[in-house]
Design a protein around this ligand. Structure first.
Ligand SMILES: [Zn+2]
Length: 310
């Protein structure tokens, strides 16, 4: 697999706390950023196969939107990206990987939003696939959220994904609590813009997990079939997608980069899942007066783009 690598800027957690506290305050009424121990992610609401997000942090973009739009790339449509291979490609075999991607059309027979939550395999650890995926309910156009491993035995995705890899260890992370949104930016955009403003030409990648504890968010799910006609504008894409409003609590898997180092990285991509049947691609909260977020992040040591579209 063709792979571009970039050694990203890794600010100290102390410095990130200061930068984020100031930036997020412009968009949220109540902001508390601190250094904290990563909570045990094997517990609810996360139920990940690992305890934390620490150790050998990497962010990788795989494929990209040009493989999906304006028309699906016929060759790439058939390809399922294996997360074990991705872990090796980013020099971290056996990594724990989370993030956002397109579900494996080849395996499922329909499109879906994929939430990778995977302990990839290594000599010392077996593979554990805790990945949910969300697809459109053919009966009513609503959301169906399922656990991939309950029905299928592969653990790949298709076309595009934005992934955060780590050794899945416990340790110190940046904890962010923000309540009541006073600005126009969604959480992810606010964080990315804050880091872009502060670090400029030194790209900083951030990944981890957050919980929307109160409020509702706007999400989308791709329809079961690829579009047969070319989707050439945001308006046409939005007509094709299924949008939903989903209620808290939602567990989100954010991957973001403050600035593209020159290999066409998607700057932010977040998928979410829940225990009430909701999940999909997170856009923004729709309840600024009541929304509450609790987030855990770490900066990535390296950024990659695997199979970057031409
Ligand atoms: Zn998505």
């Amino acid at each position: 697999m063709a792979c571009a690598e970039y050694s990203s800027h890794v600010p100290s957690l102390e410095e990130l706390v200061g930068v984020l506290q100031k930036g997020l305050k412009e968009n949220f009424a109540d902001v508390q950023v601190s250094i904290a121990d990563c909570p045990d992610l094997t517990k609810e609401p996360f139920t990940f196969p690992v305890k934390g997000i620490c150790g050998k942090t990497r962010i990788t973009d795989v494929g990209g939107v040009p493989y999906l739009l304006p028309l699906v790339n016929k060759k790439k449509k058939k390809k399922v990206y294996d997360l074990n291979k991705i872990a090796k490609e980013v020099q971290s075999p056996g990594a724990f990987i989370l993030g956002a991607g397109a579900g494996p059309f080849q395996t499922l027979g329909f499109n879906s939003e994929f939430m990778p939550v995977i302990q990839t395999e290594s000599e010392h650890k077996p593979l554990v696939n805790g990945s949910p995926f969300a697809h459109v309910n053919p009966a009513d156009g609503g959301c169906l959220l399922e656990k991939h491993s309950e029905k299928y035995h592969d653990f790949g995705f298709a076309l595009l994904a934005n992934l955060f890899a780590s050794e899945g260890q416990s340790g110190k992370v940046v904890e962010v609590q923000d309540k009541r949104r006073t600005g126009k930016l969604n959480f992810g955009t606010c964080m990315t813009q804050t880091l872009e403003k502060h670090y400029g030409g030194k790209p900083v990648g951030m990944g981890g997990t957050f919980v929307i504890q109160k409020g509702k968010v706007k999400t989308h799910i791709m329809p079961a079939e690829f579009s047969s006609c070319s989707l050439n504008s945001d308006e046409e894409v939005n007509k094709w997608l299924h949008f939903h409003e989903m209620k808290a609590p939602l567990v989100c898997l954010p991957v973001s980069v403050s600035r593209d180092p020159g290999f066409d990285l998607q700057l932010k991509h977040t998928h979410c899942f829940s225990y009430h049947g909701g999940g999909g691609h997170y856009h923004y909260d729709t309840t600024p007066d009541t929304v509450e977020y609790l987030e855990y992040f770490l900066p990535a040591e390296f950024l990659y783009h695997i199979e970057q579209p031409e």
